[in-house]
Design a protein around this ligand. Sequence first.
Ligand SMILES: O=c1ccn([C@@H]2O[C@H](COP(=O)(O)OP(=O)(O)O[C@H]3O[C@H](CO)[C@@H](O)[C@H](O)[C@H]3O)[C@@H](O)[C@H]2O)c(=O)[nH]1
Ligand SMILES: [Mn+2]
Length: 733
Amino acid sequence: MENEGYYLALFDTKEEKGRIWYRVFAFSILVGICLIWSYRLNFIPQHDGEGRRWVWVGLFAAELWFGFYWLFTQASRWNPIHRRPFKHRLSKRHEAEFPGVDIFVCTADPEKEPLPMVMNTVLSVMAYDYPPEKLNVYLSDDAGSELTYYALVEASKFARHWIPFCKKFNIQPRSPASYFASQSNHQSKEVVFIQKLYKELESRINVSVKLGQIPKEIRSSIKGLSQWKSYVSRRDHDTLIQIVVDGRDPKATDVEGDMLPTLVYLAREKRPQYFHNFKAGAMNALLRVSSQISNGQIILNVDCDMYSNTSDTIKDALCFLMDEEKGHEVAFVQFPQKFHNVTKNEIYGSSLRVMNEVEFRGMDGFGGPRYLGTGCFHRREVLCGKKYSNGYKNDWNGKKYRNYEGSIDEVEEKVKHLASCSYEKNTQWGKEMGLRYGCVVEDGVTGLSIQRQGWKSIYYSPKREAFLGVAPTSLIQTLVQHKRWSEGDLEILLSRYSPARFGQGKISLGLRMVYCIYSLWAVNSLATLYYSTIPLLYLLRGIPLFPKVSSPWFIPFAYVTFAKYGTSLVEFLLTGGTILGWWNEQRIWLYKRTSSYLFALVDIVLKILGLSNSAFVITAKVIDEEVSQRYENEIMEFGVSSPLFTIITTISLVNFLCFIGMMKKVVESGSGLVMFLETMVLQILLCGILIMINWPLYQGLFFRKDKGKMPTSLTIKSFILALLICISFSFLL
Ligand SMILES: O=c1ccn([C@@H]2O[C@H](COP(=O)(O)OP(=O)(O)O[C@H]3O[C@H](CO)[C@@H](O)[C@H](O)[C@H]3O)[C@@H](O)[C@H]2O)c(=O)[nH]1
Ligand SMILES: [Mn+2]
């Protein structure tokens, strides 16, 4: 039996059932879309009274766009697949040749990314069920903060207790904060003890953060602080590196006497005159430095808020990478980005539910998901630029772990230059090697470029989440994050790796189409902006732009709308969401499209003209008490003034004024009422639904008194703008 098992695959792949029916249904929507297009073409107004002809052409353009965009979204639903790893087979056969795994945790700002959270992430990955002599954890600190280093030293001391505790009681998750949060009050002696230690760790970190420095009495006991002598600011300092736990050292053990994983702190050199390429730059410095210390064949990369929620994940990933038959084609294994702080009806749509459970499975069916920047296991060689070739096989056996020589100090001194600003000059780093530069979604570009080199990737979404992070907790954060994402994804479309480029043959058409879904987010803004304003303004003037209820042309409009939103609702519910959650997500899509994506588009145009540079705005992972309360209660958070808000507010007020104007017409129309309703029904419905969608925004504008309401100055400004738009539209055109 044993021998027989030897040839069994380490994972299997299942296609989703019922796809054929879905395809037939999708085809029926396509027919509807074509009918809408032909309606627009057949009924172009002959006379250009009141600008109607141009508006008509505009609507046609918007509908053409939506139709084509919908086609792209179908690619991701064409052939979704599910993966299943078989860990028991893996351990039986490969335990001895398990590769070294280097884990990179990135942090960049101790104010926006609280240190206890970062340390929880580090501790959770140090506690993986994996041979400690093969496990190495690197913390990259783009702020070069002494406090982060200090926190890491303290965390490493706590790890000596924490890791054996985790293993002894086999607890999950292994991020101390979330483990303790999940515990009831009746606890065993051991839990009480370890919890006390954790509280002490947390309070030591918090005290130093509050003081803004490491307490004087402790300073002298901490090794390596002298490096900070030449530190000027987070943008101007030497390479700061410290091997906090040296895995080679026989004395580096936990309280039970077992080995600890190696733990390294690294802040690459920063100088004002050198562009640092954000997270991609940090990752590349880590790649080089780690190659001289542990040189793990596998690299796991997580954001500092993404703690490991399952202690077995490395083995899951290895099933895909070590499979005898197919493993050698796989460059990376991506786990979904999930969050521990999403509320039931997710007001900011931040669970990325449909993306995770539908679209990425679809990508996997076409050759592999994109790289998401976190929760991803890479082969080091591939990340460093190795191209796929037929017959490639990895030798899992021949590699030594931690083959560096010399004392810790010598090693640190030796590798420093690898993280210097000038190291990459005239090299392929950022181009053909490491994470690719020039794009604020370094992950997207890098994954695509790896796939272009002939590699496959795997998407695996286990039942128990492998990683959990922090989702944005306010509207502005959500919009700013999506501005970065949509801008970056559009950059990909315009880059040398563009999914629109033909002739490179390595990536399937389906996969390119799915990439386009994201790359075209930004462009989507134009059609959405048009569709959510113009028909309403024409409603204000009583001019119909859609077929009458009694006309047969009405049917495709109704069918496409119902079928499309119906599928979207069903998808949302099937992936575990609520009806209200779906409704909230529609609102967020509207806001993202009309603000974040529009701004991203404008930024890209400015960038092409050489008038702007894109930046990586880090998402804050802290919130104050009050904001957090509102978040828990699912009350939308406005609170700040931002041009992103001005635009959504103005549109919502135009919408409101049109609604009032429409009601006035209805009241005044008398016997013409039926006629009015019959010709205008789609515009009336559109207007009504938008009013309903905007409801939380109106509350924030007019009814709320708390700090999270829309700032009054912004309300007034937007109101004047909206009034001007409506008046000029009613009288001038
Ligand atoms: O100059 C920088 C900027 C950011 N980061 C780190 O990058 C990670 C992601 O930043 P965050 O502000 O949390 O952005 P998100 O939008 O949540 O991140 C998603 O999108 C990014 C690309 O835009 C990817 O890099 C991330 O992995 C992915 O989770 C964090 O750990 C940061 O500390 C750096 O190390 N250096
Ligand atoms: Mn994040």
